[in-house]
Design a protein around this ligand. Structure first.
Ligand code: RB5
Length: 150
């Protein structure tokens, strides 16, 4: 799968670890930074990853910051992004099957590396359920987005 990954400084080490693991598993991973653990601003990387996901240039995105919260808030400002901040694999799975999430956000200061790997695997492996009720609800999210834009 083609995946974009990004982080700020607080997610830098976990981002690199996830990138290397996903590449070793055969995924095509585009690393959009940060390129060093120097202090940086999470909205910048949320924007870089969010834009390529929303444009359909990659299938999914993975974002890491300290908590997973700030980078998720920023990513969700980009039309077409449905980013979920996740701390365990059940939510990762349900964010795919119910919400058709296209970006998973993880906090390096919250989630250990092994759990983070399980979260990302669950997120990548789970398809959207295509259930009528879920489509209806996602369409309402898009309507909210369009209203804000209009
Ligand atoms: C950076 O110190 C930290 O605030 C950031 O990585 C993130 O946790 C924000 O939500």
């Amino acid at each position: 799968m083609k995946i974009a990954i990004g982080s700020d400084h607080a997610g830098y080490h976990l981002k690199n670890r996830l990138r290397d693991l996903l590449r070793a598993e055969g995924h095509q991973v585009v690393d959009l930074g940060a390129d060093s653990p120097e202090a940086s601003d999470y909205p910048d990387y949320a924007a870089l990853v969010g834009r390529v996901v929303a444009a359909g240039e990659v299938e999914r995105g993975v974002l890491v910051c300290g908590t997973g919260a700030g980078i998720c808030m920023a990513a969700n400002k980009i039309p077409g992004v449905r980013a979920a901040a996740v701390s365990e694999p059940v939510t990762a799975r349900l964010s795919r099957s119910h919400n058709d999430a296209n970006i998973v956000c993880i906090g390096e200061r919250i989630v250990g590396p092994e759990l983070a790997i399980e979260i990302v695997r669950a997120f990548l492996e789970t398809p959207f359920s295509n259930g009528e009720r879920h489509i209806r609800r996602i369409n309402k999210i898009t309507e909210l987005e369009n209203h804000q834009m209009g």
